[in-house]
Write a protein that binds this ligand. Structure first.
Ligand code: 13P
Ligand code: SF4
Length: 355
């Protein structure tokens, strides 16, 4: 038997500060007018993630685009007749949109909008890891590069990860899981599947602190705790609901609790407020006593999307996403496998019945 290959940890230390776009009085309206005109002229739609600014989310909805989780962003692009997709999110979301829609032009406001999970999983090292375990089915999270998806058997999102792992376990398959070790640990505990975990993490979610949530819950005993599964196990253990971004928004609307402690990027509050009007939304603490946080419940890469750089890509056609056809042709299989599984199992991946 070959020796177990222990994946190297790739802690992402070079995290940029969160810089929100600042606009002069009057500038916002002028930008919005020009953006809307150019979107019509360029036959473009805006596809935005829940973690982008409320401004971009409103614009996407007002102009016939969509606001959703990473998978639904790609599915929307596929269904849309527009020739150009503008993806306001992080790079892997633009790449996934391109993989599923090769005939469309995919632009992003800022190509430096990375993701620490994607950065933690370089394709060459990941390939060595997989090659060392040829008996294992390779399952990767959406938050990976096109090259990593091309090496995988399955791509999953957080809304369907447990279901896919259960399915593969029932078929007697052993898994490689990458890159999020917290999500992997959660799925492993939920399913009992035999999983080897890559050691990546999300710089936003790994900062949530169980101790801080306990203190907040003592202050608000009527509160429910909503947690994204990229969070550490001690935080997940305190959750009333664990789920993807769409599932957490749905839970906010349906739970009876008047107060919600939310352990995910605070960009989600824009949609959560709409879904659960009148409820009090509290950000889960990211630092213990005396600690400082780097990410402070907001993804610095998501914050790179703004109205100014959105206008710039519409004007110049710059920041286009390209995926080599040899990579795309392989990556699309791992994505389609999940989509087919979701369809066959009657699971709506983004938003309704995956849990
Ligand atoms: P969702 O697909 O659940 O929206 O998550 C994407 C993400 O990056 C979470 O940090
Ligand atoms: Fe990646 Fe975390 Fe940002 Fe999501 S919140 S895009 S997982 S760094």
């Amino acid at each position: 038997m070959s020796a177990v290959f222990i994946p190297p940890a790739h802690p992402v230390t070079d995290v940029p500060p969160v810089v929100e776009e600042t606009l002069q009085p009057g500038e916002r309206e002028a930008l919005l007018t020009r953006i809307k005109r150019l979107m019509r002229e360029r036959d473009a739609v805006l596809v935005a993630h829940y973690y982008t600014s409320g401004e971009l989310q409103r614009l996407a909805e007002e102009t016939g685009g969509c606001v959703s989780d990473s998978l639904e962003m790609a599915r929307f692009g596929h269904a849309s007749k527009a020739k150009t997709l503008i993806v306001a999110g992080v790079r892997f979301m633009g790449e996934t949109a391109k993989i599923l829609n090769p005939e469309k032009r995919v632009l992003m406001p800022d190509l430096n909008a990375e993701c620490s999970l994607d950065l933690s999983c370089p394709a060459d090292e990941f390939t060595r890891f997989c090659d060392a375990h040829p008996d294992r089915t390779v399952v990767v999270y959406a938050n990976t590069s096109a090259e990593v998806k091309a090496r995988a058997d399955w791509m999953v999102t957080s809304s369907i990860a447990v279901k896919v792992a259960e399915h593969l376990k029932a078929r007697g398959e052993k898994l490689i899981w990458a890159p999020d070790r917290y999500l992997g640990d959660y799925v492993r505990r939920a399913t009992g599947a035999d999983m080897l975990l890559w050691q990546g993490s999300c710089v936003v979610h790994e900062r949530f602190k169980a101790e801080g949530i306990l203190a907040l819950r003592a202050e608000y005993p009527e509160a429910a705790v909503l947690v994204h599964p990229e969070s550490p196990a001690a935080v997940i253990a305190l959750a009333d609901v664990v789920g993807s971004t769409t599932q957490l928004i749905r839970a906010a609307a349906t739970l009876p609790n008047p107060v919600l402690i939310v352990a995910t990027d605070n960009g989600i509050f824009h949609k959560m407020r709409e879904a659960a009007p009148g409820k009090r939304l509290l950000e889960a603490p990211t630092g213990g006593t005396g600690a400082t946080c780097v990410s402070c419940a907001h993804c610095p890469w998501m914050a790179m999307n703004g109205l100014k750089n959105l206008l710039a890509v519409l004007e110049t056609g710059g920041n286009e996403i390209h995926v080599a056809e040899t990579v795309r042709a392989r990556a699309v299989h791992s994505i389609n496998r999940m989509l087919e599984f979701a369809g066959q199992s009657g699971i709506v991946v983004a938003g309704q019945s995956a849990d």
